[in-house]
Ligand binder design. Structure first.
Ligand code: NI
Length: 168
C-alpha cells in the first residue's frame, strides 16, 4: 500500500477527462487500495483517480462516521432522478482548506462496476449522493470551485497559491 500525491488546484492535470476502465485487474485493485489509504490518511470522504494523476474512471468514497464502509466505483454513470437542487457545503482534497456551498440535485441513480468487475446500482441521497457527483465531476476534469462565482474562485486560487508557496 502507498500514500499517493494529491494534485492541487489549479494544476492543469486536474482538467484532464479520464478514460473508461476496460479491465478490472490486479493493478486496478492495487490502485483502489492505495487511493483508499490516501483518502483515509488525508483525511477525506472521497478521492477520484484524476486527483492522483491517473486518468481512468475510478473513484473511492467513504462517508461513514466510523470510516469503515469503503465504496469503490468503476466507470460510474449518473442519472438524475429529481433535479431539485440542494445546497451542500463542499470541500475537496485538491482545494485544501476551503468549503463553499454548491447546489446539486440530491436524488440520483448511479451505475458502476465493483472491484470484481460486476455491475451494481445505487440510489444514494444526502452526503453520499453529493460526494459521488463531486467525484464523478473530477473524472470529467471538473472541480467544485467551477460552480462558484469567478471572483470567489479567483480568491481561493490566490489564497491557495500563497499557502503552496509557504509550504514549498
Ligand atoms: Ni474533490
Amino acid at each position: 500500500m502507498a500514500i499517493l500525491t494529491i494534485l492541487e488546484f489549479p494544476d492543469s492535470r486536474l482538467r484532464k477527462v479520464a478514460e473508461p476502465v476496460t479491465e478490472v485487474d490486479a493493478a486496478l485493485r492495487n490502485l483502489a487500495t492505495d487511493m483508499l489509504e490516501t483518502m483515509y490518511g488525508a483525511p477525506g470522504v472521497g478521492l477520484a483517480a484524476t486527483q492522483v494523476n491517473v486518468h481512468r474512471r475510478l473513484v473511492v468514497i467513504d462517508v461513514s462516521d466510523a470510516r469503515d464502509q469503503p465504496l469503490v466505483l468503476i466507470n460510474p454513470e449518473i442519472a438524475v432522478l429529481d433535479d431539485t437542487p440542494r445546497d451542500y457545503d463542499e470541500g475537496c482534497l485538491s482545494v485544501p482548506g476551503f468549503y463553499e456551498k454548491v447546489a446539486r440535485p440530491e436524488r440520483i441513480r448511479v451505475q458502476a462496476l465493483d472491484l470484481d468487475g460486476n455491475p451494481f446500482t445505487l440510489e444514494p441521497d444526502g452526503l453520499l449522493s453529493i460526494c459521488i457527483q463531486h467525484e464523478v465531476d473530477h473524472l470529467d476534469g471538473k472541480l467544485f470551485v467551477d460552480y462558484l462565482s469567478p471572483l470567489k474562485r479567483q480568491r481561493i486560487r490566490q489564497k491557495l497559491a500563497k499557502l503552496q508557496r509557504a509550504t514549498a
